[in-house]
Design a protein around this ligand. Structure first.
Ligand code: FES
Length: 105
C-alpha cells in the first residue's frame, strides 16, 4: 500500500498506509487529520483542501477538472500546489507524497 504523509497545523507529521481506490480525503479523515471535509466528497465545500508539499509531486497528479478548479477557488489559504483531496484517488504512484493541512482550512 502506498504511504502518504500528512503535515498537521502544529507541524507534526503522520505517515499512514493508504488503501488504493480511496480518496486522499477519506484516508485523512480515517487517520484523524484535522480537515472538515464537510460535504464528504461531493465537491461542494472546499474544506478538504490541502497543499501538496512538492511541485514535482503536484505536477504528477492527475489534472484537476473544471469543477474542482471552481470549488478550489473558494478555499482559504490557496497556494499554487493546492488540491481538493476528495478528488485525488489513492494509487501506488502516490507513495511518499506529502500533504500539508492549510492553516485556516
Ligand atoms: S470534501 Fe467537500 S469538496 Fe472535498
Amino acid at each position: 500500500m502506498p504511504k502518504i504523509t500528512f503535515v498537521h497545523r502544529n507541524g507534526q507529521e503522520s505517515t499512514v498506509e493508504a488503501e488504493n481506490g480511496k480518496s486522499v480525503m477519506e484516508v485523512a479523515v480515517d487517520n484523524d487529520v484535522e480537515i472538515e471535509a464537510a460535504c464528504e466528497g461531493s465537491l461542494a465545500c472546499a474544506t478538504c483542501h490541502m497543499v501538496v508539499l512538492d511541485q514535482g509531486r503536484y505536477d504528477a497528479l492527475p489534472a484537476m477538472d473544471e469543477d474542482e478548479e471552481d470549488m478550489l477557488d473558494l478555499a482559504f489559504g490557496l497556494t499554487k500546489t493546492s488540491r481538493l483531496t476528495c478528488q485525488i484517488r489513492v494509487t501506488d504512484e502516490l507513495d511518499g507524497i506529502r500533504f500539508q493541512v492549510p492553516d485556516d482550512a
